[in-house]
Every structure is written in structure tokens, then in C-alpha cells.
Design a protein around this ligand. Structure first.
Ligand SMILES: [Zn+2]
Length: 257
């Protein structure tokens, strides 16, 4: 009898153990079996998550979307993806900038409108006084030259990607003669971002009447990626206002369509 009781006790103990083992299925295994993605979506170390991709402008236009206009001589004339200019538009007071990069573009791209050309020379002299050697890389671009440039980029990278940093012909502010790309001799345009000269430009160009035309946090308005090198002449008062209020030209003018 005593032996039977012992056997019964062992049997009950064995049954309890077996039952427990069934309930003991680890939650993690269960999750993985039922929904593998639930486990995969939860990285063990959040610090190892991939960094967010930079936000690129999505505004894309074709040449047929907006009518071409002949711009006025207004210093604040707006030229962008939705306000393009006619093929034959050429400002009548383009002059050659002295302090240019001789290895970039052609004789036309070394020009800007007279007022803007004088201002860029002042800016370059001011930078020099602060210890920075800056040159003007590209000023005026004709419609046909922009056509050639855009098509070169599009052939290599596709039209959509090219249009995040290169304007279609007619949609380039460079055709107005009011803007330019600046840089440092011997330094690639896209490496300018990382240079102290780019910081100087961002902090000081307004004093000479220029604005940083394509800021990093306004790509949805301008339609272009951040360009540390592209500055636009708007005159000293407007440049100071735009700088102090963190605006784009589109926002300043109230033209966001
Ligand atoms: Zn530019």
C-alpha cells in the first residue's frame, strides 16, 4: 500500500511536470513561429538601425507644365520649376566677373548682370579679408547651355534624379544672370559643403546682397537639394530680411504655386 501510494505520487508529479512543460513554451519562440516579422522588426540594439536617408525634393515638372515667361528686369524676378523663362531671354547688361574659376564653363558662364557682378566682386574681396579664397564658378547660363547640362545629367542618372539638383532649360535661375555658384579653386563643387568657405558664405553673403537660394530645410519649397554654393543677388535690404527670417525667395515673395 505504501509502495502504491509512492507510485501514484510519482505519476502525479510526472503529469504535473509534463503539463508545465507545455505551458512553458517561451514567448519569444512563439512570436517567432507565428510572426517572424514581429521579431525581425525589433532590432536588439536601436543604435545599429540604419540612418534615415536624406530627404530629396519630389517636385518634378516637365517643360509643358508651365508657360514660359519673359522675365522683367526686376531684381526680385522669380525663376524656378513653376516659373520658367523663354528660350531667347538674355539680360542686356551681362558683364564678365574677374575673379572666376578659369577651368569651369565657358566665356558666357563667367558673366553676371552688372549690379550682381559688382556685388560678387565685393563678396570675394570681403571673404579674402577674412582669410577665405572664394571664386565665382558659374554665373549666367543660356537656355541652350542649360539644356545641354540637364540632358548630360539625365543621361547618366535619369531625369527624375537629375531634376533634384539640375534645372530643366528655362527653369534655371542662372539664365537671369542674377545668381552664381561659388567655390574654391581646385575643389569639386559637391565638396564645397564641407569647407569653411561654405560656412562663411552662409553666414556672410547677405551683407553683400546675396541669399543662399536652396537651403537644406526648404527643399519642398525650392524643389532642389541643399546647395551651399548657389547664391542669388536680391539687394542688401531684402537679403538681410530673408537671412534674418530664414526664408526662401518664394516665401518672401509669397509665390508658392
Ligand atoms: Zn547654381
Amino acid at each position: 500500500m505504501k509502495r502504491n501510494m509512492l507510485l501514484l505520487g510519482l505519476l502525479v508529479f510526472a503529469l504535473v511536470l509534463t503539463g508545465c512543460r507545455h505551458r512553458e513554451k517561451p514567448a519569444a519562440v512563439s512570436l517567432a513561429e507565428e510572426d517572424p516579422s514581429a521579431v525581425a522588426a525589433k532590432p536588439e540594439n536601436p543604435a545599429e538601425e540604419e540612418p534615415e536617408a536624406p530627404q530629396l525634393p519630389t517636385m518634378e515638372t516637365s517643360l509643358d507644365d508651365y508657360p514660359l515667361n519673359t522675365p522683367t528686369d526686376d531684381i526680385l524676378v522669380l525663376v524656378n520649376k513653376t516659373h520658367p523663362v523663354t528660350r531667347d531671354y538674355v539680360a542686356d547688361d551681362l558683364v564678365t566677373v574677374v575673379h572666376c574659376d578659369p577651368n569651369v564653363g565657358n566665356k558666357d558662364t563667367k558673366k553676371m548682370r552688372k549690379v550682381a557682378a559688382d556685388a560678387i566682386e565685393e563678396l570675394i574681396a570681403g571673404a579674402k579679408e577674412d582669410g577665405y579664397d572664394i571664386v565665382m564658378r558659374t554665373g549666367y547660363r543660356s537656355y541652350d547651355y542649360q539644356d545641354y547640362l540637364f540632358n548630360s545629367y539625365a543621361a547618366n542618372y535619369g531625369e527624375a534624379e537629375a531634376n533634384t539638383y539640375s534645372a530643366r532649360p528655362g527653369q534655371s535661375e542662372h539664365q537671369t544672370g542674377w545668381c552664381c555658384d561659388v567655390g574654391v579653386l581646385g575643389v569639386a563643387l559637391t565638396d564645397f559643403d564641407y569647407r569653411p568657405e561654405a560656412v562663411w558664405i552662409a553666414d556672410n553673403c547677405w551683407k553683400y546682397g546675396f541669399i543662399l537660394r536652396y537651403p537644406a530645410d526648404k527643399t519642398d519649397i525650392t524643389g532642389y537639394i541643399y546647395e551651399s554654393w548657389h547664391i542669388r543677388y536680391v539687394g542688401k535690404d531684402v537679403a538681410q530680411y530673408i537671412y534674418e527670417n530664414g526664408l526662401t525667395l518664394e516665401e518672401y515673395l509669397g509665390i508658392l504655386d
